[in-house]
Design a protein. Structure first.
Length: 252
């Protein structure tokens, strides 16, 4: 199959010259960190040369990139002294940086678009809560349930654990391109906490949160602890002024 039969795109089908370059790299399964500049330049110029009738404004952007590729190609083909090879940066380095940055934002935009489409399929009903439920007041004062330990202290621990889960994310690696939905039911987490406490005198609240596998699990675990305290199945204590917060089960 000749090159003319392979070209099924117009330049305006691409977001810009970086988009075309990324398409060629992925199509040929080249490593973005070790671009074969001679081959990629020839393929890029083939695309551009086939599209002479494109809008001049569109063509100008692609021609600038073509000149950049030719310049890089020339630098890499010129013979160098051994000392120059050790000191000079790879001529492709700046292009690689631009491609990586473009790829990150491109995949981020695709993920946001998928999330928007997914959100468009959700429907919400108007609240129809009976008046009796709205006027209901808890018989138990939360302050009596948690004793000397305040909700602020529990919240401080929760925020600290959440910050640590964010800090553990590798900023270089990315999940762009896939959308993962992790559903964690608060009822299941409540039961899990109760099962974990069987036979134990108490569980360290901070340790419980740190053991969770993801941010959503941390959030649901925190909510589950508060709910169990609310219905009177858990209580919390702090033996020392600055000591750890311990969760105790009130159910045998």
């Amino acid at each position: 199959m000749d090159m003319e039969n392979k070209l099924e795109f117009k330049l305006n089908d691409f977001e810009g010259p970086l988009d075309l370059l990324l398409h060629l790299i992925e199509k040929n399964k080249y490593s973005i960190f070790d671009i074969p500049i001679v081959e990629i330049t020839e393929q890029y110029l083939d695309y551009v040369n086939k599209m002479q009738e494109e809008n001049l404004d569109i063509m100008s952007e692609f021609l600038v990139m073509a000149a950049t590729l030719i310049s890089i190609k020339a630098k890499m083909l010129l013979p160098k002294q051994e000392e120059e090879e050790q000191e000079e940066e790879d001529p492709r380095a700046e292009l690689v940086r631009r491609l990586l940055e473009y790829k990150m934002y491109k995949y981020a935009s695709l993920e946001l678009k998928d999330m928007e489409l997914d959100a468009g399929r959700n429907y919400y009903k108007s609240p129809t809560i009976p008046k009796e439920v709205l006027e209901y007041k808890e018989d138990i004062d939360p302050a009596d349930v948690i004793g000397d330990v305040t909700l602020n202290k529990l919240n401080d621990i929760f925020r600290d654990i959440m910050k640590r889960t964010i800090d553990r994310v590798d900023p270089v690696r990315s999940k762009f391109g896939t959308i993962e939905k992790e559903e964690v039911r608060i009822e299941d987490k409540m039961e899990e906490i109760k099962q974990s406490m069987k036979g134990l005198r108490g569980i360290n609240f901070r340790t419980l949160l740190e053991a969770q596998a993801s941010r959503i699990n941390v959030i649901v675990t925190f909510m589950a602890v508060l709910e169990l305290m609310k219905i009177g199945e858990l209580t919390v204590r702090q033996d020392d002024l600055f000591g750890d917060i311990i969760i105790d089960s009130l159910v045998e």
